[in-house]
Design a protein around this ligand. Structure first.
Ligand code: MN
Length: 247
């Protein structure tokens, strides 16, 4: 009986994911992810939506495969383990868990596990959607970049500086604040705008780059700056424009 219910919930979750994808192109994987996690009782690896070699030669197929099937899957598994130990958290969306992490009355190591692995799940689910070759910067985001950074070149320079400047593992982000301003942010490990209180509430990422060594070491070894230069060839500006325009 329990197994049947679980299967039913999973089917319902998959259906809602399909609906989100089919009905409005504007809905991102992240929204689908939130729906999925709210409906089922475990978190799942989202569909990648393209082949492992789709970003070659800028991001190599082997890195993509390991990154998605090993690293991202491990975050999902460990997040599910932490939730299983705290069944009162079942059914909560990932956004809810991460944004409310300090209010949860759970053991410190479970809270840390949710930030690390829930953050890892959120960040990677987002990252896969903002990678695509040969996209063009849209008019509205282009205007905002010129307004807030002076020029595209100046923005790229500041973004690369922020990303190379992350000490150890972490992420660099292009964010849109609640007021509509663009900002570059760094987060450490798997933190993001939901977990970090120094990022104003209501900010949302438009682009993000994973600067953990696992994201680039096979191809670029220790040359993070080269990986970041290559990143511009796979930054999905269509998606960034869509996220920028969306309320
Ligand atoms: Mn990663």
């Amino acid at each position: 009986m329990k197994a049947n219910r679980r299967n039913f919930l999973k089917s319902a979750a998959v259906l809602s994911l399909g609906t989100v994808f089919n009905t409005t192109k504007a809905e991102s994987n992240i929204n689908a992810l939130t729906q999925l996690t709210g409906a089922g009782d475990t978190f799942e690896l989202p569909k990648l939506g393209y082949s492992y070699d789709a970003l070659e030669p800028f991001i190599d197929a082997q890195t993509m495969e390991i990154h998605y099937t090993k690293h991202h899957q491990a975050y999902v598994n460990k997040l599910n383990e932490a939730i299983a130990k705290n069944p009162q958290l079942k059914g909560r969306s990932l956004d809810e868990l991460l944004a409310g992490i300090n209010k949860l009355k759970i053991a410190v190591n479970d809270s840390t596990a949710i930030v690390n692995n829930g953050g890892g799940h959120w960040n990677h689910s987002f990252f896969w959607t903002i990678l695509k070759k040969d996209t063009r910067l849209g008019p509205l985001l282009s205007e905002a970049i010129n307004r807030d950074f002076g020029s595209m070149d100046a923005f790229k320079e500041q973004f690369e500086k922020a990303a190379t400047g992350v000490f150890g593992s972490g992420w660099a982000w292009l964010m849109k604040t609640k007021e509509g301003k663009l900002e570059i942010r760094q987060t450490r490990n798997q933190h993001n705008h939901l977990t970090d209180t120094d990022i104003p509430a209501g900010s949302k990422p438009l682009l993000g780059v994973d600067v953990w060594e696992h994201a680039y070491y096979l191809k670029y070894q220790n040359k993070r700056a080269d990986y970041l230069k290559a990143f511009w060839n796979v930054a999905n500006w269509e998606k960034a424009e869509e996220l920028y325009v969306k309320k």
